[in-house]
Design a protein around this ligand. Sequence first.
Ligand code: FES
Ligand code: FES
Length: 150
Amino acid sequence: MLWVLREQLGMTGTKYGCGIALCGACTVHIDGVPTRSCVRPASTVKAAEKIVTIEGLSKDGTHPVQKAWVALDVPQCGFCQSGMIMTATALLKATPNPSDKQIDDAMTNICRCGTYNRVRTAIKAAAKEMAGAKKVANALNIQHVNAGEA
Ligand code: FES
Ligand code: FES
Protein backbone atom coordinates (compact mmCIF):
# COMPACT_ATOMS: atom_id res chain seq x y z
CA MET A 1 0.00 0.00 0.00
CA LEU A 2 2.86 2.37 0.79
CA TRP A 3 4.06 2.39 -2.81
CA VAL A 4 0.56 2.87 -4.19
CA LEU A 5 0.15 5.89 -1.92
CA ARG A 6 3.56 7.37 -2.70
CA GLU A 7 4.14 6.46 -6.33
CA GLN A 8 0.72 6.00 -7.91
CA LEU A 9 -1.14 8.64 -5.89
CA GLY A 10 1.77 11.02 -5.22
CA MET A 11 1.07 11.26 -1.49
CA THR A 12 4.62 11.31 -0.24
CA GLY A 13 3.87 12.37 3.32
CA THR A 14 3.82 8.70 4.27
CA LYS A 15 7.44 7.57 4.57
CA TYR A 16 9.41 4.41 3.90
CA GLY A 17 11.71 3.56 6.78
CA CYS A 18 12.30 -0.12 7.44
CA GLY A 19 9.81 -1.91 5.21
CA ILE A 20 9.25 -4.61 7.82
CA ALA A 21 6.61 -3.09 10.13
CA LEU A 22 9.11 -2.02 12.79
CA CYS A 23 9.61 1.76 12.56
CA GLY A 24 6.10 3.11 11.95
CA ALA A 25 7.18 5.80 9.46
CA CYS A 26 4.62 4.43 7.00
CA THR A 27 1.64 4.58 9.39
CA VAL A 28 -1.77 5.45 7.92
CA HIS A 29 -5.29 4.93 9.27
CA ILE A 30 -7.57 2.28 7.84
CA ASP A 31 -11.02 2.92 9.26
CA GLY A 32 -9.28 4.77 12.07
CA VAL A 33 -6.88 1.95 12.94
CA PRO A 34 -3.17 2.85 12.72
CA THR A 35 -1.71 0.55 10.10
CA ARG A 36 1.84 0.06 8.83
CA SER A 37 1.32 0.46 5.13
CA CYS A 38 4.69 -1.03 4.14
CA VAL A 39 3.47 -4.52 4.96
CA ARG A 40 -0.23 -4.17 4.15
CA PRO A 41 -0.97 -5.22 0.57
CA ALA A 42 -3.23 -2.66 -1.11
CA SER A 43 -5.24 -5.56 -2.51
CA THR A 44 -6.41 -6.48 0.99
CA VAL A 45 -8.16 -3.16 1.59
CA LYS A 46 -11.90 -3.37 0.95
CA ALA A 47 -13.64 -0.68 -1.09
CA ALA A 48 -15.73 0.36 1.89
CA GLU A 49 -12.68 0.89 4.10
CA LYS A 50 -11.43 4.44 4.51
CA ILE A 51 -7.71 5.14 4.26
CA VAL A 52 -6.44 8.39 5.77
CA THR A 53 -2.85 9.55 5.29
CA ILE A 54 -1.11 12.54 6.88
CA GLU A 55 -2.36 14.62 3.91
CA GLY A 56 -5.93 13.84 4.91
CA LEU A 57 -5.65 14.58 8.60
CA SER A 58 -6.59 18.24 8.10
CA LYS A 59 -6.77 20.61 5.14
CA ASP A 60 -4.25 23.07 6.52
CA GLY A 61 -2.28 21.41 9.28
CA THR A 62 -4.70 22.53 11.99
CA HIS A 63 -5.53 19.19 13.55
CA PRO A 64 -4.86 19.66 17.32
CA VAL A 65 -2.09 17.07 17.15
CA GLN A 66 -0.40 18.88 14.27
CA LYS A 67 -0.73 22.20 16.10
CA ALA A 68 0.80 20.73 19.26
CA TRP A 69 3.66 19.29 17.19
CA VAL A 70 4.43 22.73 15.77
CA ALA A 71 3.97 24.59 19.06
CA LEU A 72 6.35 22.24 20.87
CA ASP A 73 8.87 21.91 18.02
CA VAL A 74 8.61 18.13 18.13
CA PRO A 75 10.36 17.21 14.85
CA GLN A 76 14.09 17.23 14.33
CA CYS A 77 14.89 15.74 10.91
CA GLY A 78 11.15 15.07 10.55
CA PHE A 79 11.38 11.76 8.71
CA CYS A 80 9.48 9.71 11.28
CA GLN A 81 6.98 12.40 12.20
CA SER A 82 4.11 11.70 9.80
CA GLY A 83 3.94 8.21 11.22
CA MET A 84 4.21 9.54 14.78
CA ILE A 85 1.33 11.95 14.19
CA MET A 86 -0.87 9.29 12.61
CA THR A 87 -0.26 6.94 15.53
CA ALA A 88 -0.86 9.75 18.05
CA THR A 89 -4.16 10.84 16.45
CA ALA A 90 -5.45 7.27 16.51
CA LEU A 91 -4.41 6.96 20.15
CA LEU A 92 -6.25 10.15 21.14
CA LYS A 93 -9.37 9.06 19.31
CA ALA A 94 -9.45 5.78 21.23
CA THR A 95 -8.06 7.18 24.50
CA PRO A 96 -8.74 10.92 24.83
CA ASN A 97 -6.70 11.37 28.02
CA PRO A 98 -3.87 8.83 27.85
CA SER A 99 -1.49 8.11 30.73
CA ASP A 100 2.26 7.99 30.16
CA LYS A 101 2.05 4.20 29.98
CA GLN A 102 -0.77 4.28 27.45
CA ILE A 103 1.24 6.72 25.34
CA ASP A 104 4.36 4.58 25.56
CA ASP A 105 2.41 1.41 24.74
CA ALA A 106 0.75 3.00 21.69
CA MET A 107 3.72 4.96 20.38
CA THR A 108 5.89 2.13 19.16
CA ASN A 109 7.22 4.27 16.29
CA ILE A 110 10.99 4.65 16.11
CA CYS A 111 12.70 8.04 15.94
CA ARG A 112 16.43 8.15 15.22
CA CYS A 113 16.53 11.74 16.47
CA GLY A 114 15.13 10.75 19.85
CA THR A 115 12.08 13.03 19.96
CA TYR A 116 10.20 10.68 22.30
CA ASN A 117 9.89 13.08 25.25
CA ARG A 118 8.57 15.86 23.07
CA VAL A 119 6.16 13.46 21.36
CA ARG A 120 4.75 12.54 24.73
CA THR A 121 4.43 16.19 25.80
CA ALA A 122 2.74 17.12 22.52
CA ILE A 123 0.24 14.27 22.83
CA LYS A 124 -0.73 15.57 26.28
CA ALA A 125 -1.03 19.13 24.96
CA ALA A 126 -3.23 17.95 22.08
CA ALA A 127 -5.36 15.91 24.48
CA LYS A 128 -5.94 19.05 26.58
CA GLU A 129 -6.90 21.12 23.55
CA MET A 130 -9.23 18.42 22.24
CA ALA A 131 -10.90 18.08 25.65
CA GLY A 132 -11.37 21.86 25.80
CA ALA A 133 -12.85 21.93 22.30
CA LYS A 134 -15.21 19.12 23.23
CA LYS A 135 -16.39 21.04 26.31
CA VAL A 136 -17.07 24.12 24.19
CA ALA A 137 -18.91 22.02 21.58
CA ASN A 138 -21.01 20.40 24.29
CA ALA A 139 -21.81 23.80 25.85
CA LEU A 140 -22.80 25.21 22.46
CA ASN A 141 -24.98 22.20 21.85
CA ILE A 142 -26.73 22.67 25.18
CA GLN A 143 -27.25 26.37 24.42
CA HIS A 144 -28.54 25.44 20.99
CA VAL A 145 -30.99 22.96 22.49
CA ASN A 146 -32.09 25.54 25.09
CA ALA A 147 -32.54 28.17 22.38
CA GLY A 148 -34.63 25.68 20.42
CA GLU A 149 -36.79 25.00 23.44
CA ALA A 150 -37.33 28.69 24.25
S1 FES B 1 8.42 1.52 6.84
FE1 FES B 1 6.67 0.56 7.57
S2 FES B 1 7.09 0.17 9.63
FE2 FES B 1 8.94 0.98 8.87
S1 FES C 1 12.64 13.38 13.90
FE1 FES C 1 14.32 12.46 12.87
S2 FES C 1 13.82 10.35 12.86
FE2 FES C 1 12.34 11.23 14.12
